[in-house]
Every structure is written in structure tokens, then in C-alpha cells.
Design a protein around this ligand. Sequence first.
Ligand code: SAM
Length: 254
Amino acid sequence: MNRQQLAYFERWAVRYETSPLQRCYFRPVHEAALRHVRRHAPLGARVLDVGCGTGSFLRQARQLLDRPRLYGVDVTSGMVKVAEGIEAARPQGDRAIRFMTATVEQLPFAAESFDVVASTLSFHHWSDQRRGVEEISRVLKPAGLVVLADHFACGWLRPFFATVGKRPMMRTDQEVEAMLWGAGLRTSSWEVAHCLRRLVRQGRGRPRPHVAGPSVPLVFLTTAYGPAAAARCPDQAGTRPSWLTSGDCGQWLP
Ligand SMILES: C[S@@+](CC[C@H](N)C(=O)[O-])C[C@H]1O[C@@H](n2cnc3c(N)ncnc32)[C@H](O)[C@@H]1O
């Protein structure tokens, strides 16, 4: 992320929690990521959210997991300040989330610290994505889970990002997998985490359950495991992505 983008996030931080995008855009992606986290996280799981923004994903994780230990890092100090403020407003015995200003490229944690590392809608901002993935792999326990959701350049988004000049940071599924594999992680699944129909459905005041139209994918999600989990379960050994298992959005995938 360059200085200009950092300044943009610093300005956005104070209004980020009340942005209409929370309901119609960020939250559905968080929900998709949390489905995987919930399935994998053991009792007392240590969960890290990288590029955590104001901490909404972690606050939802707190509701779903059993006695989790939750950590969030973000390069934007304003985002971290808002997240810390929200946490500080809770009763003292109830504060389970720690936030830090740090970059994914240099995570302030010891090796093999986390059962789960998640990141939502942040990856395309990282200054050094390869280094970020290596850092995630370093702090992940050998049987840990990585959940990465972002606007990957797949399906129609690939020519779109190329046209608007965004392609270098918007990685294809193959590029993301190559990075994950290069860092010792094994991709397990791919899915569409958010699509246009759902965005429209949730965009107005209250959810509208019957919006017709195609499920054009907007956000994709991949899961990957540390080497120990991959060795134990053959279906987590990292074959090609199971693209066409992504429900009604599958028709749009390459
Ligand atoms: C669109 S926001 C998403 C925030 C949050 N994950 C969510 O889903 O609401 C992207 C966030 O990624 C953070 N970010 C960008 N590059 C980063 C990096 N290299 N290391 C840590 N955080 C980063 C930004 O500061 C910003 O808060």
C-alpha cells in the first residue's frame, strides 16, 4: 500500500464502522470466512485477522467460537485506534481481542502461534503479497488454517481488472495458489464469497430475499492448510481448486 492509500484508510477509519458497505459488502464476506473458521477452530483457538480494519470480523468470531484468543493487525493506525476503542468500551472481563498496528509483511508474533489466520478484502492492498503470505505461513501452526477472501482476478473480474489497470495486485487463483504453495501451505478449497445478486439483496435497508438476476461473483475465498494438516487429510493435500462446487455462482467461473 502506498502513502496515498494509507492516508485514504486513515481518513476512512473514523467512518468505517458506519459505512453502508459494512452491511452489504464486508459483512457477507466475513460470514463466508467465519463459516470456515468455525469449522476448524479448536477450543481456545488463537485466531489472527490480518488487515483487520476496525475489527468487525474478530468481534463476530468472538460470538461464534469457544473461548477464542483473538488478535488483529492493521497497517492503518486509525483503524486500530477505532478497533481498540470499541473493545475498551466492553466490560473489562469481556475483552478478548488484542489489536496492533503492524504490517502483514512483518507480523509481530512468534512462529507457529495461530490455529487460524484470516484476511478479508485486504490482500490486494498489501505492498508485498508474497512476503505477506510467507509471514502468515510462519505464524501459523503446522495444522492451522488460512482463510483468504478478496477480489481475485477470476472469471469476468480478470479482463475487468486488466482494463482498469488494477491487474498487478488483483491476483488470479493460480497466482494465489502459487504463493501459498511457495510458502508451504496447501490450498484446500475455492468458493465465491460474495456476488452481485446478494449485494443488491442486502444493499437496501432490509434484506430482500427474492432478487432475480445472475450471481456475478465479486469476492472469492480460498482456504489453505499448514503442512501437517495437509499430510493428515488427503482432501486437504492441495489439488486444483474445486471451482465448480461454488453453488449458484459456479456458472460464472472459468
Ligand atoms: C478494505 S479494508 C478491510 C478491513 C477488514 N478486513 C474488513 O473486512 O472490514 C483493508 C484493510 O487492509 C489494511 N492493510 C492494507 N495493507 C496492509 C498491510 N500490508 N498490512 C496490514 N494491513 C494492511 C488497510 O489498512 C485496511 O484497513
